[in-house]
Design a protein around this ligand. Structure first.
Ligand code: PEP
Length: 268
């Protein structure tokens, strides 16, 4: 393990995307409860774990997670408004998310960039709003398959990152978590190899060090893209991978907890 990784928290976040309902939450939490009783016990003391349901389910999930004794899973959101409050039909503000106990919020997820025109400028405004709260922005970066094949993966990621680094000062950026998610690996079953992921994470850290070396050493960088219980361990073994943003596999409580356990084990 790289010594620097000790400076950084380990994080696993489960992005449910537009999946789930109240019955799903009940059965998910029941499985979590029975999994927690299995030996060896999962402690989740050194790994921060978040579940990101659709925002309409935040209150229900919160109540049901609280009912599971000994469970240290916190809530997060998949999206937030770029505006403070007011006439923005259909939007959810950062203060609402904070009120509903969200601790992290995705920004610039590739699906939002591709399907909902979330530009780098919108990303910056969303982060600006989030930084007025205690919610940590999880900035998603990643290239498409075409960009990778054209040799433009690093340039694409650098551009997405630099606009955020330029918009905020070092102190504000201390709240930021980065998730590197190559678009070609999201929901496709194709994972970047541990080496491909490590190389891009190290590159991202080098770009951040252009802003501040200390920031680069302390900023958590998660990997996302078809992470599952079978491939997580090798990814977590990479020195610049500080955890995972998990989509599909987070919909199964056993798989999700197994990924969390593997993240915890990567620390020792
Ligand atoms: C995601 O939605 O952020 C993601 C990584 O999805 P999946 O794990 O399904 O590829």
């Amino acid at each position: 393990m790289c010594e620097d990784s000790i400076l950084r928290p380990k994080i696993v976040a489960g992005n449910w995307k537009m999946n789930g309902d109240s019955a799903f939450i009940s059965s998910y939490c029941k499985v979590l409860e029975s999994e927690l009783k299995k030996e060896p016990a999962i402690k989740l003391e050194q790994v921060k774990v978040f579940l990101l349901p659709p925002s309409i389910m935040l209150a229900d999930l919160r109540n049901q997670l609280q009912a599971v004794r000994g469970l240290k899973i916190q809530l997060g959101a998949q999206n937030s408004a770029a505006y403070l409050a007011g006439a923005y039909t259909g939007e959810v503000s950062v203060s609402m998310l904070e009120d509903y106990a969200c601790h992290v919020c995705l920004v610039g997820h590739s699906e939002r960039r591709a399907l909902f025109s979330e530009t780098d400028e919108v990303v910056v405004e969303k982060i600006r709003q989030l930084l007025t709260t205690g919610i940590k922005p999880v900035l998603c970066l990643g290239e498409t398959l075409e960009q990778r094949e054209a040799g433009n993966a690093e340039q694409t990621v650098r551009t997405q990152l630099q606009v955020v680094l330029d918009a905020f000062d070092e102190q504000a950026l201390q709240a930021l978590i980065i998730a590197y998610e190559p678009g070609w690996a999201i929901g496709t079953g194709k994972t970047a190899t541990p080496q491909q992921a490590q190389d891009m994470h190290a590159y991202i850290r080098s770009v951040v060090s252009g802003k501040s070396v200390e920031l680069a050493e302390t900023m958590p960088i998660l990997y996302g893209g078809s992470v599952n219980a079978e491939n997580a361990r090798e990814l977590f073994a990479q020195s610049d991978i500080d955890g995972a943003l998990v989509g599909g596999a987070s919909l199964q409580a056993e798989s999700f907890l197994s990924i969390c356990r593997q993240c915890e084990e990567s620390i020792s």
